[in-house]
Structure formats: C-alpha cells, structure tokens
Design a protein around this ligand. Sequence first.
Ligand SMILES: O=P(O)(O)OC[C@H]1O[C@H](O)[C@H](O)[C@@H](O)[C@@H]1O
Length: 314
Amino acid sequence: MERKNRPSSIAMSPSLPQPTVSLEDNIVTARLPSGDSCQVYLYGATVTSWKTSDNTERLFLSSAAALDGSKPIRGGIPLVFPVFGPPPKDHATGQLPQHGFARNSVWEFLGKNSSESMNAKADDTVKLDFGLSSAMLSEDMRKKWPYEFGLVYSVTLGKGKLEVQLHVQNKGDKAFDFQCLFHSYFTVKDISKTTVSGLEGASYVDKVRKVQTFTEESSDIPITSETDRVYSTPSIPPITVKEGGKDSLTCTRDALPDCTVWNGWEDKIASMGDFEPKDAWKRYLCIEPGAVSSWTKLEAGDAWEGSAAFEAKL
Ligand SMILES: O=P(O)(O)OC[C@H]1O[C@H](O)[C@H](O)[C@@H](O)[C@@H]1O
C-alpha cells in the first residue's frame, strides 16, 4: 500500500539562533546570538577579547602586545601555572620562567559545548575547552618541571558573563605542587574613579611596600598609586569593581582563595616595553583570582579544579 506523506505529528520547535565558534589562524572566536563575543589565542590559551552585547570591550589588551608567540601576551587573561611570580629558587618550579609556562605554551582547542545541546531553550552560553599536557611542552620545559600533567581550561561565554575554569590532573606517579591564577586585565574608564570592594578584612601581601603583610581595612579600596597586592580571602566573597561609585564588574570564585589587584601606575608601565599606549595605566585594572599564597599539592592520579566568573554590570 502506498504511503502518503503526512505532516509529522511531532511539533518541530522553530530553530533558535545558535552561538557561532570559529578557529582561524590559531585564534578561537565565539559569538552568541545576543552579540556577546570572546576571542582566545591558542598561544597561552589567552583570552584577548571579551565584548558584551553593547559592543563594549571588557578586557584590556596592550596595543604593543606580542601576538606572535614570542612572549606572553600583555593583556586579556594570561593563565598562570604552575607558579605565580618569580619562582622560588629552592622549589621544584625554581627553573621555570616568571608565572610558569602555561601563558607561553601553545594549547590545543578541544572543542565547544553549547548549552543548546542540553536544553533547547537555552542558546545563550558557549563553553570552549582548551588542553595542555606535559607531552606538549618543549623538551627544555619538561626538564625544568618533570611532572606528568593534563590541564583543561574552559572559557564559558554567557550574556554579560565570562567564566574561566582550570582543571588540573596529575597523570604521573609522583606528587607535585602548583599555584595557578587568572591574570585578568580589565578595562576601566578612569582608574582615579575606580574602587574595589569585597576585600575588607582580608590579609594581603603588599609587593610595593616591600612584601609586608597587612589587613585590608577599607570596604571600598581606591587605586591612587602603584598597586600590587595579593589578597587572601579564605571565605571567597564576591569582589566588585566600581566605577564612579557604580558596580561595573563582579568576580565570584570557586576554590580560589586569593586575588591579586595590580595597576603598575605611570612609572612602571613606562618601563614595560610591551605596554602601550603609555597612558593606558589610567584605563586598566588587573583583578587576578587564583590560588597562589601557598602551594596546592596534587598526589599522583588526583585532580583539582578552580574557577572564576566575571559579570559585567555597567
Ligand atoms: O610582567 P608580568 O610577568 O606579566 O607580570 C605582571 C604583574 O603580574 C602580577 O600582577 C604581579 O603581582 C605583578 O608583580 C607583575 O608585575
């Protein structure tokens, strides 16, 4: 018997606009139907751009940043692993470069995962995964840090939001210590009208005042001179950047007890060859969530995960 084409009894949901993701010239670009977008270089898995739907660039990127893989990218979100700052000479990371090797290694793009596939109504986030393992390091770097590891770095773009998450796995047969941090450079309109709240009561190491430890007394910290502080906030409250008294960005954290607040101010920025334009110290602030005030020990076979979510408010 001849079968007639009949309209399907299953109602087809109208197709929703989807996030787009492209990989071109070793740069991954993601865009949401809302207009939010981000860009990630495979070099360092460095997020170099995060734009919200109003087309506002939320990350500061130096116009003199090396984007050719010759040195870490100045601006965006360089990833610090397995050591923050100059490595202590008496530690297993002692031979590594400042801030480790993650920001100057070429990562692999592992693919995207949009929320649409899990929930047909949601088309407003896309997760980009990047991988780096010991086998991908140069021989020189493997000698300097001879541990077997696997990193998965996930960057999730949402409406007005960007979340970064690092998963660290010890794939070898000996334990290792690490530190990690998201070295995020945010744009601000005017540093003299910018304050940071959420750190009252936290202890901090002040690198400008020759590495002394203090307790933060201010509920709203103004940035009025060179600032380079590593705050330790075990209770992990949200941190808020305010501009002209209004919330412009919030940062919530998971498993990251520390946060560096850095602005090099006029003289230090003048001495940094890859930081341009020279007056841009007035228009950026680094808020760097991480786990850096002590070492995280990862036993053979164990894994660890930490994340930070940034939400644009203005
Ligand atoms: O020049 P880099 O190695 O990228 O470091 C830039 C800055 O990173 C962190 O914020 C440190 O706390 C600062 O002391 C350092 O100056």
